[in-house]
Design a protein around this ligand. Sequence first.
Ligand code: OFO
Length: 170
Amino acid sequence: MTTSIEKLLNDQVKYEANASMQYLAMASWADEKGYNGVADFFYLQSEEERLHMTKLVKFINERSAKVIIPELSKPKSDFESLNQLFEFFLESEVFVTQQINHIIFECLQHKDYNVHNFMQWYVTEQLEEEAVAKTLLDKLMIIGDDKSGHYLFDRDINMIVTANADTNQE
Ligand code: OFO
């Protein structure tokens, strides 16, 4: 593995770890505000990002490159509204996608098809996560400031989280 790809993979470890802490802060904000469905959604997202980070750490080690466990940024923990929360979610996912695209680009430049192949899992994952973030944000745009709309949004997202949890257990 080239030093540049090794560095990009380590940067990605940091982005996934940052995303995990960011979503934990978002879950906590929602929990505090009484949006239990939204809170559970972000608790789960936070866990998933942690798994993405670990998957990278294991891969770098398997390839006998050097893992650097990073120092993390302080997550944003205050939000004006559900809309702002989900805008931040989408922005965060778009950022991660750009970084993954950058790794893919480097892999092609250096003909590292092994890392390229490994990273395809992340490409698919980002596609799904961006789509989810965008759909949820679109719904919130329709709801606007309507409090009963927010109540129903929270209830619906709770059902999605429960359904996903059931599928994962099967
Ligand atoms: Fe790691 O899946 Fe999105 O960010």
